[in-house]
Design a protein around this ligand. Structure first.
Ligand code: ADP
Ligand code: MG
Length: 303
């Protein structure tokens, strides 16, 4: 979100605001209101929801005080849950329903979660990664870590500083990750010109995907560890189900090239990536809203 501080007014949202991060004059604040899985700025976060409610459904919707479905990581603390509920309420929600994120993702990917057969969903978000074992319409267990896509970005920025002495911004780091980053050698190796600063002077260097593999793999190893320890907690019958059904990865972090191959190599279990990793969760929420909550997954909250 980009906010004009002089009038406390939102001037841009979504991608338009993201392009402004690190480039704004003092009277404009451009930031991500939810960062690393937690609310970084309460007012801007609820302003964001309100903005999207208005732009997608019109002012009437806010007046009608909608029921809002929010997906939250399993690992969100009760304080974090409370803040998400308050953010939605401030934006105009009457009731807030919380849906565990990996379950929403599984439903969004049209997985048959009601089957009595264990499945594993790994959701790699911006600030968290969660591996859930799902069976009989619920999450039997979930293992969470506070490592997601942003950690990969930071790892790239650190690497650029160490290797080339160049300081780059978070937006540039993320762009590098998305455009040329990969964690598996067989992925195509393209390169990109990076602009940053060295001793205060603007410079540029060309880096390739293979250059970035080491810092990216360092973060990927945390995700693999998260999956491994989920398996350690999984009862043997479910383990053998998953051996058959494979691991499904989703969330924006699953778009990182070679992530599926690396997980498959390190766990020895067939791993596939969602068709639309960025949309799984929201599609799952849509299914729950449209089709009724067949499995009683959404949790009603009261204020
Ligand atoms: N093509 C891509 N390659 C690598 N990472 C990506 C790609 N697209 C998005 N991401 C990363 O996915 C993360 C956001 O994932 P998302 O599931 O939207 O997060 P959350 O559910 O936590 O809001 C960000 O760190 C972003 O950089
Ligand atoms: Mg996500």
């Amino acid at each position: 979100m980009a906010v004009d501080n002089r009038q406390s007014r939102i001037t841009a949202a979504g991608n338009a605001a993201k392009m402004m991060i690190g480039k704004t004059p003092p009277h404009i604040t451009a930031c991500a209101p939810i960062k690393d899985g937690v609310i970084a700025d309460f007012d801007i976060a609820s302003g964001m929801l309100e903005y999207f409610f208005r732009s997608e459904a019109g002012a009437m919707m806010i007046l009608s005080r909608p029921k809002v479905y929010l997906s939250v990581p399993h690992c969100a603390t009760s304080t974090e849950r409370r803040s998400f509920i308050e953010v939605a309420a401030k934006a105009g929600a009457k009731n807030v329903m919380l849906v565990p994120e990996t379950l929403a993702a599984a439903i969004g990917m049209k997985m048959k979660i009601e089957e009595p057969k264990g499945k594993m969903v790994v959701n790699i978000g911006g600030g968290t990664t969660e591996a859930s074992v799902i069976s009989f319409g619920g999450a039997v267990l979930t293992n969470s870590i506070r490592v997601g896509g942003s950690a990969f970005d930071r790892s790239i920025a650190n690497f650029m500083r160490r290797k080339y002495g160049i300081i780059i911004g978070e937006v540039t780091a993320e762009l590098l990750k998305k455009n040329i980053g990969n964690v598996f050698a067989s992925e195509e190796n393209s390169s990109m010109e990076v602009h940053g600063s060295k001793g205060g002077i603007p410079v540029s260097v060309t880096v390739s995907g293979s250059d970035l593999r080491e810092p990216l793999r360092m973060q990927a190893s945390h995700i693999i560890e998260c999956i491994r320890s989920a398996f350690e907690k999984t009862p043997p019958e479910l383990c053998s189900d998953i051996r058959e059904s494979g691991i499904v990865i989703t969330g924006g972090g699953a778009c990182l090239k070679g992530m599926d191959k690396l997980i498959e190599q390190k766990t020895g279990i067939r791993t596939i990536c969602a068709k639309k990793p960025l949309d799984s969760v929201v599609m799952g929420l849509a299914t729950i809203i449209d089709g009724g909550d067949k499995f009683g997954i959404a949790e009603r909250t009261d204020r």
